[in-house]
Design a binder for this molecule. Structure first.
Ligand SMILES: [Zn+2]
Length: 404
């Protein structure tokens, strides 16, 4: 069962079908139509379209496309209880090898547990001809591993979350390889595109090995998740995952540079815990995510991350090991200016404004990032230590200043 969109059909689907015919492999083809804006939304309509055109008797779902088609094929293959494979048409995101699908269900963004593709076919000659914006997105997603890996280690220091240095090394090696060849992206060099693609696939494998998305997703990704949820609630289009994540990574690097200048202490953390107002916290979530707030608030009921004793325990541990945390920042992260310069030189977006976000969207995303899932992030640490309010004001002002 070959599944693709109109664009994927043109660039690779035709060839896939011709090769299947040549090899005398029977297949059915369904091209999922685009909406009036020329897009395929990873939502009910596209999933229904794939399901209604599913040819019973097919024993494999073969997707031809990138993020959305890959996710739809994972959903279809799990429903039909058959394996799936993907022929990648763009090195745009790190979900190829993941076992989850990022879908919009009832206009709410969610991550559905699916099965991993049995094979991922990446032809670098084809991928190097993908739209430059999609290659930039893939690169943004890889660059975000700087802060994702740091976020994961940070959580292991503060909460004792499982951390695997072998997986971290695997992801870090492909990150460094991608960075060293990044300038080749301008000329669509196949080697550069190959490094990005390998990095994207390895990130997915790293997630599966570690059993957590943390090696490939930290606060960088949570900025993006929050923005998508906000824009979805407003009925607006959002940017490609990797483009948003790249901007989220730069914001995270800026936040870390500021965090390095503070010297946290328990009095500050305790004062913030005293000030915490549960009703105001809930009101804020309902303001930012009117539709998704109930689900987010339910997460807190099981996670209990707002509980006073727990937050002070985490703050105490972070303060105790602050030198180790500073060393982590110092030894694993490049400077904000260095990464921003690299991205600018390639023509990638580097600021929230360029991707249609306001200073309030940035501030709200920082505050709510620690709430949308039960995962300990850099923003969770900032909240535990009692610095959230001042960091939010500083970030909002910084976003405004850059606009001027
Ligand atoms: Zn990603």
């Amino acid at each position: 069962m070959v599944i693709c969109g109109p664009h994927g059909y043109e660039v690779a689907g035709k060839t896939v079908c011709a090769l299947l015919s040549q090899s005398k492999i029977n297949y059915s083809l369904h091209v999922i139509p685009c909406d009036d804006r020329g897009k395929i939304k990873p939502a009910e309509y596209a999933a229904g379209s794939a399901l209604l055109h599913f040819e019973h008797g097919c024993d494999l779902v073969l997707g031809v496309g990138s993020g959305v088609i890959n996710d739809l094929c994972k959903v279809l293959s799990k429903t039909a209880k058959i394996p799936c494979m993907i022929v990648a048409t763009a090195p745009s995101m790190d979900g190829y090898a993941s076992d989850s699908a990022s879908m919009e269900v009832g206009n709410i963004k969610c991550s559905l547990k699916e099965q991993m593709p049995a094979a991922i076919l990446c032809d670098t000659e084809l991928l190097a001809q993908a739209p430059m914006h999609m290659i930039h997105a893939g690169l943004g997603d890889i660059l975000a591993k700087y802060t994702s890996l740091c976020d994961w280690k940070l959580s292991s220091i503060v909460t004792g979350e499982y951390y695997c240095s072998a997986v971290a090394q695997l992801v870090n090696d492909s990150l460094l390889k991608t960075v060293s060849g990044a300038q080749g992206v301008k000329e669509r060099k196949e080697g550069s595109v190959q490094s990005i693609t390998e990095g994207l696939v390895l990130s997915g494998i790293g997630i599966a090995f570690a059993g957590t998305s943390h090696p490939a997703s930290g606060l960088d990704h949570y900025f993006s998740h929050c923005w998508e949820m906000m824009l979805l609630e407003r009925g607006k289009d959002y940017e490609l995952h990797g483009i948003q994540v790249g901007v989220g990574m730069l914001l995270t690097l800026k936040i870390i540079e500021r965090l390095k200048t503070v010297r946290p202490d328990m009095a500050h953390a305790e004062a913030a815990a005293d000030r915490f107002d549960e009703a105001a916290w809930e009101r804020n979530l309902r303001r930012v995510f009117p539709g998704a707030a109930d689900g987010i608030i339910a997460i807190e009921r099981t996670a209990g991350k707002n509980e006073r004793a727990g937050r002070l325990r985490r703050a105490a541990r972070a303060i105790d090991r602050w030198d180790e945390i500073l060393e982590l920042f110092e030894t694993t992260l490049p400077g904000y200016a260095e990464v921003a310069a690299l991205m600018l030189s390639l023509g990638m977006p580097t600021t929230p404004q360029e991707i249609g976000l306001t200073p309030d969207d940035v501030a709200d995303a920082l505050v709510c990032s620690r709430d949308i899932r039960d995962k300990y992030l850099l923003s969770s640490l900032i909240w535990d230590l009692g610095y959230m309010d001042e960091f939010v004001d500083w970030l909002r002002e910084g976003t405004e200043a850059r606009r001027a």
